[in-house]
Design a protein around this ligand. Sequence first.
Ligand SMILES: Cc1ncc(COP(=O)(O)O)c(C=O)c1O
Length: 369
Amino acid sequence: MDVLGAAAGLEREGRSIIHLEVGEPGSPAPRLVREAAAAALLQGRIGYTEALGRPALRARIARHYAESYGVEVDPARIVVTTGSSGGFVLSFLALFDAGARVAVSAPGYPAYVNIFQALGIEPVMIETDEASRFVVTAEMIEAEHHRRKLDGVLLMSPANPSGTMMSDVQLQAVCDCCERLGIAFVSDEIYHGLTYERDAASALQFSSRAVIVNSFSKYYCMTGWRIGWLVVPDELVRPIERLQQNLSISVPYLSQIGAEVAFDAREELEAVKQSYARNRAVLLRELPKMGITKFHPVDGAFYVYCDIGHLTNDSVSFCRRLLEEAGVAVTPGLDFDRARGQHMMRLSFAGSEADVAEGVMRLAGFLGA
Ligand SMILES: Cc1ncc(COP(=O)(O)O)c(C=O)c1O
């Protein structure tokens, strides 16, 4: 966000800035979504909905699991949320008491730790490395739990900032391990749909105890609509319903109307994904030519998390210089990994193909490559 602020400042001075820092799609919500919401807007009353979400949307999300993963899920277990961010707050409040210890990966999405701290939950960082292809494994969870008892684990696949995915076997092992240890498993599946080598499995395929967090923000290009969903075990439905009733009453009506048809906009969304795939190919081809050869496996999402240790041990200053001197905004790794992020940076390829190509050219010029 600070990078975004600095970039906006330079743009106000008339500088041209290429944005490789933003974690959101450059494309608008699908046409179908915008049309459905516009029609509902013109029709009249925009009211509260059921706290768990409109029944038609919950049923449509359940159908998505049958169609995309071959899993039958009762729509009663689906909760519509204000983005996955809203889903985190609801599920963490329902699952954990203050003082709970919940493991997350490093590097990882910074808001996890910040939300935990706001709720009095203790984050337990599990560092990933090349040995496990940069994912948290069941063995690591088990070892951490035996060092000091955990209450839960929160993981994502594909991940932010790395884009790296767990294998299906690894995900199943994590589900089994958490069930065996009697601890909660929250699976953030927000980047599902955005995978380049193989489809991502859902924890729902392996466990009816796992809490699934998902969103319309990324694959469906609906960040500003603030809508997502949870799939929760039966006994969490009622507590989460009560939390939602009190914390936000319901998710915005128009966003729910739009989300219901988002699943039918496959063709448009796949075209957007194809442009990410081309951007990804450009980066994977060009970065090594500039001497940036170490990055995490870019299996999904729209990020490349690169090691720039041969260039700097202060990624914040490096990214500031890259912005000021070359007009390229990227995110320093310190945001994602407080211990090791000083020699990492994250490039996002969610923007247009022209922007990514220009960003690559400027980066090469900056590095003298
Ligand atoms: C891994 C991950 N989870 C959750 C979110 C939050 O997304 P939203 O609240 O828009 O669904 C993000 C946003 O970048 C993310 O990267």
